[in-house]
Structures are given as structure tokens and as C-alpha cells.
Design a protein around this ligand. Structure first.
Ligand SMILES: Cc1ncc(COP(=O)(O)O)c(C=O)c1O
Length: 356
């Protein structure tokens, strides 16, 4: 079955023939006798709505096991829980600010040895992998500089480390890390997969059974699981993923062309697919954002509406200033999540905002 079909039909409901995922609101479940549940015991551990959607999320990434969480950060935290003190991990220099923050403020406190390297430099990465390197963490399209490290080449040099790929920006519609040598895929579902800026959710997808058992254990232990209402919204959003992604890309390509030809734009960064475009402008960033009428200034991305973010002041503000500058997250850098609106309206909006 093609992914596009799977996004739409999900799992066949054998009881009533439902075409949508049912929202089961039950935090607990009746047992036949002590310690003999009918199937489910307690909704943090598992519930029928989440079970359906975990199967869907695994399937669309071509994985064997999927796990859903109350946010992308909860998914990342749960995955990092498998580390032990003195384990060494390598992280790409250009990652989401929240990923950087949890490593710096929490996991370093637990004596995890965190090192940042440029994953587009394979020679350097190879040299940095030690015997006790347990994880390599990288994004398929990095945030916010939109670099695209080569996942299959990285998988060839990873030795015993788990290759963890955050596929939030690419989505499985464009790229499937598990098919390209990754061991773990993570997602902020908040973004493209749900697609309507109405839920916060995360996912982990793996192939290996013993790794899946470990993640399942920490998912239940930590308890950052999504609500059945939100899972319904994920199912609804996912059904249009393929159509949305094509329109995001189509619109983004037109905007890139416009920006590249605008005299007030210094640099345009675009990976060639998906709806994320970063650019640097010659004008005052505050004045530019004040003049936007259609595009919304706000954190997040991947929704049907266009969202614009200034990473230096917003999403990446938790990274110390000298680090931000060193990584190219300068005050003039703008990250645009191109929505699915009429692209001519978006171009007009940018043109007006840049013209002062
Ligand atoms: C690439 C990436 N990974 C993870 C996260 C964290 O996800 P959430 O905001 O759903 O907790 C984000 C959030 O912006 C992100 O952009």
C-alpha cells in the first residue's frame, strides 16, 4: 500500500466500520479478575485510540514500532532516558534550541557527555566517534539553517552508536530515515504531521524490538502521553499530509525565487523541498515583522498558515549568544514556514514588508 493511501484509511474498524479514529475516553479499564485485564489496564500505559495512531505513525516511517508523546520534547526526553552517566553523545551543531537546552540543562547534570559537531563534515564526525559514543543526534533538515546532512553516509560511519534522526522538517513524505540507515526517528508532530497548529505532540519510531521495549518502559514510567482528543486531530491532519506537503513545497519554491531577486535580501537558504525557507535581510528585522499583514509572526512551523520566526530572538534564544552567533543564528536571520495560502498573497506581503 502506498503511504498516501495509508495516511487516509488508517486501520479498518472491524466493529462499526468507522472511517475515523474513535476517541476513547477512559483512563482505566475493567478487569475480569485481579491482574487479568480484558486488554487494556490504564490509559497511560496504553489506550485504544493511541494504539491505532502508534501503528499509523510507525507505518508511515516504515518502522516496526511507534510511540506517541504529549510533545516533541517529551519524545526526545524519553529517548534520552536510555542513556547512562558517562555515555558520550554527538549532536549536530544546528539543532532545535529545545534539544540543545534539554541536553545542556538536564542531561549534562546526569553526567551525559554531550559534544556538538558539524554532521555535514563526515571526516570530522568520524574522528569524533569514540568507543563510548552511544548516540548521534541529527535533523534531516537542520533548524534553523536548513542544512541537509547525509543520513545514509552518516549511518555507514556510526559504529555502535544509535543514529537518531529528527525528521520533523522533512516528514516521511519526502524522506524516511529508517530506510536510510537510521536506528531511531523522532518527530515534533506539532508541526507538519498534524499540520494545523492545533496540537502539541511527539513521536519515536524504531525497528529494533529490544530498543522498542526500553522506550515503551520509559514512556509508561515518565507518562508524557497524548490525549485521545489530540490523537483524533493527528489522524485528521495526517490524512492530508501528502497534499499539504506538495503545496508547501510549490509555494516555498515561488517564494525562494522572489526572495533571491529582492535587493533587500542578503541570502536565501532552501533545501529544495518542504516549506521551510531561511533568509537574511538588509533591513531592520523588527520593522519588517511589524509590516507583515498575512504572514503571522510566531514560533512553530508546519501549519497550513504561514509562520515567520526570528530564531535569534525566538526559537533559539535559549542558546548562549556567542554560540548563536558562532552557529550563524544572527539577528538578521529569518525562518519562514511557508503555508498553503495563495502564494501571490504571500509574495505581496513579503514585498510590502521588505520595502521601507
Ligand atoms: C526539529 C524539532 N524537533 C523537536 C521540537 C520539539 O517539539 P515540541 O515543540 O512538539 O515539543 C521542535 C519544536 O520546534 C523542532 O522544531
Amino acid at each position: 500500500m502506498k503511504d498516501e493511501t495509508y495516511y487516509v484509511i488508517q486501520k479498518k474498524d472491524e466493529n462499526f466500520g468507522l472511517v475515523n479514529v474513535p476517541i476513547y475516553l477512559s483512563s482505566t479499564f475493567r478487569q475480569i479478575e485481579p491482574s487479568k485485564p480484558i486488554k487494556y489496564e490504564y490509559a497511560r500505559t496504553q489506550n485504544p485510540t493511541r494504539e491505532i495512531m502508534e501503528e499509523v505513525i510507525a507505518r508511515i516511517e516504515n518502522g516496526n514500532y511507534g510511540f506517541l508523546f504529549s510533545s516533541g520534547m517529551s519524545a526526545i526526553d524519553t529517548l534520552l532516558s536510555i542513556l547512562k552517566p558517562n555515555d558520550h553523545i554527538l549532536v549536530d551543531i544546528d539543532v532545535y534550541g529545545g534539544t540543545y537546552r534539554i541536553l545542556e540543562k538536564l542531561y549534562k547534570k546526569f553526567s551525559v557527555d554531550v559534544e556538538y559537531v558539524d554532521f555535514t563534515n563526515l571526516e570530522l564526525l568520524k574522528k569524533s566517534i569514540k568507543d563510548n559514543t552511544k548516540m548521534l543526534i541529527v535533523e534531516t533538515i537542520s533548524n534553523p539553517l536548513l542544512r541537509t546532512p547525509n543520513i545514509s553516509e552518516i549511518s555507514k560511519i556510526k559504529k555502535n552508536a544509535l543514529l537518531v534522526v529528527d525528521n520533523t522538517f522533512s516528514t516521511p513524505y519526502y524522506f524516511k530515515p529508517l530506510d536510510n540507515g537510521a536506528d531511531v526517528v523522532i518527530h515534533s508532530i506539532t508541526k507538519y504531521l498534524s499540520g494545523h497548529s492545533d496540537i502539541v505532540m511527539g513521536a519515536i519510531i524504531v525497528n529494533d524490538k529490544s530498543l522498542a521495549d526500553e522506550i515503551k518502559f520509559y514512556q509508561n514510567t515518565k507518562g508524557g502521553v497524548p490525549s485521545p482528543f489530540d490523537l483524533f486531530l493527528l489522524s485528521r491532519g495526517l490524512k492530508t499530509l501528502h497534499i499539504r506537503m506538495e503545496r508547501h513545497t510549490e509555494n516555498a519554491k515561488r517564494i525562494v525565487e522572489f526572495l533571491r531577486n529582492n535587493e533587500n535580501v542578503k541570502e536565501v537558504i532552501y533545501p529544495g523541498y518542504s516549506g521551510m525557507v531561511s533568509f537574511r535581510i538588509k533591513k531592520d528585522v523588527f520593522e519588517f515583522t511589524r509590516k507583515l499583514k498575512i504572514i503571522t509572526l510566531g514560533e512553530s512551523l508546519g501549519g497550513v498558515e504561514s509562520l515567520l520566526n526570528v530564531p535569534y530572538y525566538m526559537t533559539h534564544a535559549s542558546i548562549p549568544e556567542n554560540e548563536r552567533i558562532k552557529r550563524g543564528i544572527t539577528k538578521d536571520l529569518i525562518r519562514l514556514s511557508v503555508g498553503i495560502e495563495n502564494v501571490n498573497d504571500l509574495i505581496e506581503d513579503l514585498k510590502n514588508a521588505l520595502n521601507f
